[in-house]
Write a protein that binds this ligand. Structure first.
Ligand SMILES: NC(=O)c1ccc[n+]([C@@H]2O[C@H](COP(=O)([O-])OP(=O)(O)OC[C@H]3O[C@@H](n4cnc5c(N)ncnc54)[C@H](OP(=O)(O)O)[C@@H]3O)[C@@H](O)[C@H]2O)c1
Length: 321
């Protein structure tokens, strides 16, 4: 594993981290979830990314992670960076959604109970909530650090203007924003417009989620939609209709470059996202150990020639997912 410092902080993160959004809930095979976490950690993936609502059912990924940590990895807690988040719908009533002080404090307390942890290494505001003043959310997060419930604070999916307000507020309270989490991949380059620059200027790191575009930037959909895939799951976040023939043609063209580089499509997509110097780490998802093995191999070749990058740009040409 390769590690890099997260923004201006003294904290190093692995270039590839593991996310528990899918495949770690009560609906999933517990032994496979356990194997993936143990394998990831054995390969130096020290960072595991959770949220209150990951499952399904919501909360179950935190419970499963806590169980695996307790049973298999408890002596390694200080070798790990464990994050969680609050902000999306989690429980009934007016306090189970959004980013008020009430929701943030209640949610981190619930997440600590579910995981059995004494503290999170990173705690995030999961989304910008236009009904709550940014200052209220940031004060709650700064207090969570003061209370010892989190070591660092992160922000996810905030629009640039609100991200700047949030970062300034946190800095003034001596709880600098450690990291910004946003969607970034060959199919979603929006952070290149403003957010990457903002994070760098603020001294924050940047961690990309869905760097494989939920699996579309792999070999998986080249010949149709396999039964075992996120797009085939009617309850999943990737809908079949999103995997259009046009996108598949683009991935096929990208895959030719990947093969010439001696990489799988997934490896190249991840290496490409890491070429951007503002990117600290990528949070990958996986359904089994072999996908994770494939993704981690990306680190064996992170360099691109100018010709390769130009060719990739021309193939992508504004395509989005
Ligand atoms: N902050 C936020 O709002 C937010 C939002 C989304 C995600 N996240 C974080 O980011 C993490 C990653 O998101 P993601 O799961 O969408 O990331 P991703 O890495 O883009 O997609 C992962 C999916 O791609 C497929 N896959 C992975 N490796 C593969 C390989 N080598 N070959 C073929 N298929 C492969 C698997 O799906 P199949 O089921 O098709 O096999 C896997 O579940 C989440 O777990 C979460 O921690 C955060």
């Amino acid at each position: 594993m390769k590690y890099t410092f997260c923004g201006n902080s003294g904290l190093q993160l692995p270039r590839i981290s593991l996310g528990l959004w899918h495949n770690f809930g009560f609906v999933d095979d517990f032994d496979t979830s356990r194997e993936m976490i143990k394998y990831a950690f054995s390969e130096g993936v020290t960072h595991f990314d959770l949220a209150n609502n990951y499952g399904p059912p919501p909360g179950s990924a935190e419970i499963n992670f806590g169980k695996i940590l307790k049973e298999d990895l408890s002596s390694h807690r200080d070798e790990m960076i464990i994050s969680s988040k609050a902000g999306h719908l989690m429980w009934d009533g007016p306090y189970g959604d959004g980013s008020s002080r009430k929701s943030i404090i209640a949610s981190i307390n619930q997440s600590l109970r579910r995981t059995g942890l004494e503290y999170f290494d990173i705690f995030y505001t999961h989304r910008y909530d236009s009904d709550t003043p940014v200052e209220e959310t940031m004060q709650a997060l700064a207090d969570v650090v003061r209370q010892g419930k989190a070591l660092y604070i992160g922000i996810s999916k905030y629009p640039p203007k609100e991200a700047l307000i949030a970062m300034k507020y946190l800095k003034e309270r001596d709880v600098p924003c450690l990291i910004f989490q946003d969607k970034y991949s060959m199919f979603n380059r929006k952070p290149e417009e403003k957010i990457l620059k903002i994070t760098q200027e603020n001294g924050s790191g940047f961690i990309a989620f869905s760097p494989l575009a939920q699996g579309v930037l792999t070999n998986k959909y080249l010949n149709g939609i396999p039964k075992e895939s996120r797009a085939a799951n009617p309850n999943g976040f990737l809908r079949k209709q999103q995997v259009t023939p046009e996108l598949v043609e683009i991935v096929k063209a990208l895959n030719v470059i990947a093969m010439e580089r001696g990489q799988t499509m997934a490896e190249m997509a991840l290496a490409w996202a890491l070429r951007e110097t503002a990117v600290t780490s990528l949070i990958v998802g996986a359904r089994n150990v072999s996908q994770l093995q494939d993704s981690l191999k990306a680190l064996n070749n992170l360099s691109f020639t100018e010709e390769e990058l130009t060719l990739i740009d021309s193939i992508l040409d504004g395509s989005k997912l």
